[in-house]
Write a protein that binds this ligand. Structure first.
Ligand code: NAD
Ligand code: UDP
Length: 312
């Protein structure tokens, strides 16, 4: 095994902290870069004693120089509440962050992976979503700072590859959950679990008939590592998600059942442009990466509930 030096931007966030841990376990040296907007030192504090781990406070909208072999670009708030808090900053993070990290990758000849999102499909008119689908995104809506930022980042990635031969990898991540999600980040799995554990009302937006397909974080990290190691001419984009689809109401009922909560479900208004359905077609990931998710919803929720019980 060759020890690589790997940069993870957004490494102190939910997904990033699991990725840093995995890369260290695989014997690599990890530099974790974060501005702590939605991430926190607490997510990686258990790694700080590892001599192969380094933590740097930095904002990806500013240039950054380092010598590494690989870059995972995750820096960007991911929850609607957080990415809408400062929409301009979200767009800058996606676009200027991509430019800075691609410029770095070009200069030091590093391989770079972009954490893109199923949101590039918007409120999809094709179901399930396959990588060749161009999407249905409102460019001036509430979600556009995130969706269009991530779409522009994909454009930058493919063009740095075409024009400058930068070795790129793009994954489109579908809804992911697990331990170390921020309890206040407003995403549905964390909201429902926290509400259920506190016996508070479970806040379903709209009728709860909208669907999502939930992936456990360990499956995502496996997909990321496999994509980074895939053959050089496979750049993606490739969907990484769990195709098992649930309505939001079903999710609420499952969480009430698994926590043994006394919570009641209440219905609140549906936020604008909330996608009605989302399910990945993962044929490409299966064929190219020999990857498919291993952890199904009940098992993953049980682990996540255990985490939240520990912090509430
Ligand atoms: P998260 O908010 O927990 O992590 C994002 C991290 O990026 C945080 O640590 C935050 O502090 C950091 N960050 C934000 N802006 C930054 C900046 N300007 N400079 C440096 N660091 C910055 O979210 P997450 O769920 O861990 O998501 C990680 C990545 O995966 C994001 O790029 C997100 O768009 C993508 N993604 C996640 C999901 C999901 O369901 N979790 C789905 C699709 C895509
Ligand atoms: N949602 C909900 N109640 C909540 C939080 C979210 O019903 O307390 C819904 C939300 O409207 C959306 C789905 O759950 O339809 C997933 O929301 P999340 O913010 O987790 O992710 P995204 O919409 O980006 O997929």
């Amino acid at each position: 095994m060759i020890r690589k030096k790997v940069l993870v931007t957004g490494g102190a966030g939910f997904v990033g902290s699991h990725l840093c841990q995995r890369l260290l376990n695989d014997g690599h040296e990890v530099v974790c870069l974060d501005n702590y907007f939605t991430g926190q030192k607490a997510n990686v504090v258990h790694l700080l004693n590892n001599p192969y781990f380094e933590l740097i406070r930095h904002d990806v909208t500013m240039p950054f120089f380092i010598e590494v072999d690989e870059i995972y670009n995750l820096a960007c708030p991911a929850s609607p509440v957080h990415y809408q808090y400062n929409a301009i900053k979200t767009m800058k993070t996606s676009v200027m962050g991509a430019i800075n990290m691609l410029g770095l990758a070009k200069r030091i000849r590093a391989k770079i992976l972009q954490a893109s999102t199923s949101e590039v499909y918007g409120d999809p008119q094709m179901h399930p979503q396959i990588e060749t689908y161009w999407g249905h995104v409102n460019p001036i809506g509430e979600r556009s700072c995130y969706d269009e930022g991530k779409r522009a980042a994909e454009t930058l990635f493919v063009n740095y590859h075409k024009q400058n031969n930068v070795k790129i990898k793009i994954i489109r991540i579908f809804n992911t959950y697990g331990p170390r999600m921020h309890p206040n980040d407003g995403r549905v799995v964390s909201n429902f679990i926290v509400q259920a554990l506190k016996n508070q009302d479970i806040t379903v937006y709209g009728e709860g008939s909208q669907t999502r397909s939930f992936q456990y974080v360990d499956d995502l990290v496996e997909g990321m590592v496999r994509m980074m190691a895939s053959r050089e001419d496979f750049t993606g984009p490739v969907n990484i998600g769990n195709p098992n689809e649930f309505t939001i109401l079903e999710l609420a009922e499952k969480i009430i059942h698994l926590t043994g909560s006394k919570s009641k479900i209440i219905k609140l208004s549906l936020p604008p442009d909330d996608p009605m359905q989302r399910q990945p077609d993962i044929s490409l990931a299966k064929n190219e990466l020999d990857w498919s998710p291993k952890i199904q919803l009940e098992e993953g929720l049980a682990k996540t509930i255990e985490f939240f019980r520990g912090i509430i």
